[in-house]
Design a protein around this ligand. Structure first.
Ligand SMILES: [Zn+2]
Length: 445
């Protein structure tokens, strides 16, 4: 098989790199008076040490008693010459290291430190492939099982070694897609595609799912890779309920079942991922040209997902979301002990407008709410507070949504009208005539 030849060649190169690694075999004796930088190595009492921070060596600070400055280096490599990545070790440029099953290529000599795991420091480590995938080129994008809405740009990125020729992309539904290590296409047809990238005589494959609209995408189970991406984009804190005496572990083994009334992490993931795939023909006015999801990432770092009812709130780059965000049918948020006869899968735009409302409270210009006769208002729509951001988002879904089906756009119109009617003193105005036209349309008697 021709694939085997490539595998053999790359692994041979790895063995050579490991054997000549100066860190493993070429270090000088530790010497007082020498300036050492992080990643430098030195031999002391026949033990190899790696320097953890810049300093000038002093006779009294020998490596074995200065853990803050030096760490003994394990130089064990496996049979193919691949080291394990460990913190506080020295790696030479060209070293290969295995981190959680991913094989990485050291780009510069350095000392590894906690927090500098290879996926977190692309300046130090280049990801090559999964250990169990051999040396097949690795597709970085799309993710395995990633979902898209028809018309949405799909980025195709593959990591191939220098020795590989120009990669060629192919879809089981659309035929040839293009060539190159990085390209974007927006014309994948709906359905499940097997995407193949071929570089010389090696191949990698990934499956993607393309849906006619965002509502259909929302009803499809997120793939593990998509969930992992959400988990890396936000700090998600799953908060148990004292009032209801419930914990997330009660629901941990539930699968993806959109007819269930129980809370599920899937419901929260699905809503966040819906926002990621929601596109508008005109940029959101409050996001300064950012996509909705990127905007959210920009203003919020931590999402507390609680099993409690009550109020959502935001501020200080965090949002606390009640049980309603983590159920499929919003009615189950009111009183989880009361069963309801007809299950209705709730639309995604209603919980998503909450993210804009609460996200606004973490922005510097937030004027906050007004209270008139005990009622909560926003002082104005333009540069207003949470209700303003929520209303604008819903107006955008209604007027400019590219991925939302008509039923969602009409519902967004209804909720936007309700917010404009109930949360702002009249008249509601905006200096942008196009936005004013939407306001006038929605508030027309
Ligand atoms: Zn608010």
């Amino acid at each position: 098989m021709t694939t085997m030849k490539k595998t053999f060649l790359l692994l041979s190169a790895a063995v050579v790199l490991a054997v000549v690694s100066p860190i493993a075999f070429g270090a000088d004796n530790w010497t007082p008076g020498i300036e050492y930088r992080a990643g430098d190595t030195a031999l002391y009492n026949d033990t190899l040490y790696v320097c953890l921070q810049y300093h000038t060596a002093q006779a009294a600070w020998t490596p074995e008693i200065t853990a803050a400055l030096w760490n003994a280096v394990p130089v064990e490599a496996d049979a193919s010459g691949i080291y394990y990545w460990i913190p506080r070790a020295g790696y030479a440029a060209g070293d290969l290291a295995d981190y959680e099953g991913g094989i990485y290529h050291a780009l510069v000599p350095h000392a590894s430190l906690p927090g500098w795991e290879p996926p977190a420091v692309p300046a130090l480590w280049q990801y090559l492939y999964q250990a169990d995938e051999g040396t097949v080129p690795t597709i970085h994008s799309p993710l395995a099982g990633e979902r898209f809405v028809a018309g949405e740009p799909v980025v195709l990125t593959v990591n191939t070694g220098d020795s590989f020729p120009q990669p060629v992309w192919h879809s089981s539904l659309n035929g040839q897609l293009g060539t190159g290590n990085n390209l974007a296409i927006d014309w994948l047809s709906t359905g499940t595609h097997l995407i193949t990238v071929t570089a010389g005589d090696v191949q990698a494959v990934v499956t993607v799912r393309v849906y006619p609209d965002l509502w259909k995408l929302y009803q499809a189970e997120p793939s593990p890779a998509e969930i992992a991406r959400i988990e890396s984009d936000f700090t998600l804190v799953w908060v148990d309920s004292t009032a209801l005496n419930e914990s997330w572990s009660d629901y941990e083994n539930d699968g993806f079942d959109q007819t269930s009334t129980a809370p599920t992490k899937f419901a929260a993931y699905a809503k966040l991922d819906a926002l990621r795939h929601q596109r508008f023909s005109r940029p959101l006015p409050m996001a300064e040209g950012r996509d909705a999801y990127i905007y959210l990432k920009h203003v919020v770092h931590t999402l507390y997902l609680t099993l409690e009812g009550g109020y959502n709130y935001g501020g200080g780059s965090t949002i606390t979301l009640t049980r309603g965000f983590s159920v499929w049918d919003l009615r189950s948020s009111a009183d989880p002990t009361v069963p309801f006869p007809d299950f209705v899968l709730a639309f995604y735009h209603s919980p998503l407008y909450l993210l804009f409302h609460e996200g606004r409270h973490s922005e510097p210009g937030d004027p906050g709410h007004l209270y008139i006769d005990g009622q909560q208002f926003d002082p104005y729509l333009e540069n207003g507070s949470g209700h303003a951001w929520a209303a604008l988002y819903l107006m955008w879904v209604y007027k400019y949504g590219l991925s939302d089906p008509a039923v969602i756009k009409q519902d967004a119109r209804v909720i936007a009208t309700s917010l404009l009617t109930s949360r702002f003193p009249r008249p509601v105005t905006h200096s942008d005539p196009e936005i004013q036209a939407i306001i006038d349309e929605l508030l027309a008697p």
